[in-house]
Design a protein around this ligand. Structure first.
Ligand code: FE2
Length: 346
C-alpha cells in the first residue's frame, strides 16, 4: 500500500494520501487548500490517479482542498450526510464503505466534535479526524459539537483492537501517530469515568475560537461545483424535463454512481450503470458509452447523486467529441425531490 502523511504547519493539519499500488487509484483525506499543488505533484510522482477527496468533517481552522482538487483532477468529493456543505459529489453515512481500487475503508459516524464527524478504519489503522487526537480530543463547543456524543464516539473507537494505529486530523505538538491502546492508557481526556465527567472536563476548557473560523467555516460550506455553468451551455435538464425525454425514449440514461449508492438510494427506472471512475475508458473509442451512443443514435443523459459527477461527465463527453450529452441537474436527489419515481430494487 502507498501511504503518505502530509502536514500543513499553519493549521497543524495532517492530510493522508492512500493507494493500493503505484499507477492505481488514490484517496486523499482532509486536504488543505494551500497544499493542493504539493499533493498534485506527489500524486503525479507516484503515478497515481486521484479518485476521491474526503473530509472527516467540516473544518473550522483551515479551508478544505476538496473543491480545488475536484476542479483540477475531476475527482469525487465526499463528506458525511450531515455536513452543511452546499454540494459534494457523494455523501456517506455509518456502515458505508469508502472505496477506491484495492482499498475499502469502514465508515464510522463519530459525532461530538461536530455533528458531521466521521472516522475511517482501514485494516490496521483508523483515521480519527478531530474526534480522537494524540493525547487529546477535538473541542466540542461549536459547530453543533456535543461532548456527551463525543464520549460515546470515543468509547466506540476504544473498542478497536489496542494495536490499531491512530491517525488524527491534527497535531500541535509534533506527534504523528499513536495506537488505541496507548490512547486508552495515556490520553488525559479518556481517564474519566462517564459521559457526565467528560462533559464537565470539556466544559472547563474555555478555548478561544480558531483564528480562521470566520473565514474557513463559510468557505468550507460552499464547495459545490458550479453546475450553473454547465446549465448555461445547455447541457443540463431539470428532473421533469428528464422524465419527458425518457418517456419519449429520446435519450440513454446513465447512472454514474457506485453500486453501494444505487442499492441504498435506489435508481431512476430505465438507467444503465457506468461508474464515474471508469468514465474516460467508457467514453473513448471502443468504450461502452461511446459505442452505445453511436449504435442507438440516442444522446447520453447522465445522472449521479447530486449532479457533480454528472456535470463533470458531460464536460468529459463533450471533450471526447460526443454530441448532445446532458445531465440531470441536482442528480437523483433533485429527481426524488420532484416526486418522480425511484426504483428501490437495484
Ligand atoms: Fe475540526
Amino acid at each position: 500500500m502507498i501511504f503518505r502523511q502530509l502536514f500543513d504547519s499553519v493549521s497543524g493539519t495532517y492530510t493522508y494520501l492512500l493507494a493500493s499500488r503505484r499507477g492505481g487509484e488514490a484517496l486523499i483525506i482532509d486536504p488543505v487548500i494551500e497544499k493542493v499543488d504539493r499533493y498534485l505533484k506527489l500524486i503525479e510522482e507516484l503515478d497515481l490517479r486521484l479518485v476521491k477527496a474526503v473530509d472527516t468533517h467540516l473544518h473550522a481552522d483551515h479551508i478544505t482542498g476538496l473543491g480545488a482538487l475536484r476542479d483540477r483532477t475531476q475527482c469525487i468529493t465526499v463528506m458525511g450526510e450531515q455536513s452543511k456543505v452546499d454540494v459534494v459529489s457523494m455523501r456517506i453515512a455509518e456502515g458505508d464503505r469508502l472505496r477506491v481500487e484495492g482499498l475499502s475503508l469502514d465508515v464510522l459516524y463519530t459525532p461530538g466534535h461536530t455533528d458531521d464527524s466521521y472516522s475511517f478504519v482501514l485494516d490496521d489503522r483508523v483515521f480519527t479526524g478531530d474526534t480522537l487526537l494524540i493525547r487529546g480530543t477535538g473541542r466540542t463547543d461549536f459547530q453543533n459539537g456535543d461532548s456527551r456524543q463525543q464520549y460515546e464516539s470515543l468509547q466506540r473507537l476504544m473498542r478497536l483492537p489496542d494495536e490499531t494505529l491512530v491517525l488524527p486530523a491534527h497535531d500541535y505538538k509534533g506527534d504523528t501517530v499513536s495506537t488505541i491502546g496507548e490512547e486508552k492508557r495515556f490520553n488525559p481526556r479518556l481517564q474519566v469515568k462517564d459521559a457526565e465527567a467528560y462533559a464537565a472536563l470539556m466544559a472547563s476548557l474555555n478555548l478561544s475560537n480558531p483564528k480562521m473560523m470566520d473565514v474557513a467555516v463559510p468557505a468550507n460550506m460552499r464547495q459545490g461545483l458550479m453546475q450553473a455553468e454547465i446549465a448555461r451551455r445547455g447541457w443540463a435538464v431539470s428532473p421533469t424535463q428528464a422524465a419527458d425525454l425518457l418517456g419519449a425514449r429520446d435519450v440513454m440514461l446513465v447512472d454514474l454512481r457506485e453500486p453501494g449508492e444505487r442499492k441504498k438510494h435506489g435508481v431512476i427506472p430505465g438507467s444503465l450503470h457506468a461508474p464515474y471512475p471508469d468514465l474516460r475508458e467508457n467514453l473513448g473509442p471502443g468504450g461502452m458509452l461511446h459505442e452505445l451512443a453511436a449504435s442507438t443514435g440516442r444522446p447520453l443523459l447522465f445522472y449521479c447523486a447530486f449532479g457533480e459527477r454528472s456535470a463533470m461527465a458531460v464536460q468529459a463527453a463533450q471533450d471526447s467529441g460526443l454530441i448532445g450529452v446532458r445531465h440531470i441537474e441536482g442528480g437523483i436527489g433533485a429527481w426524488a425531490g420532484a416526486g418522480l419515481t425511484v426504483e428501490r430494487s437495484a
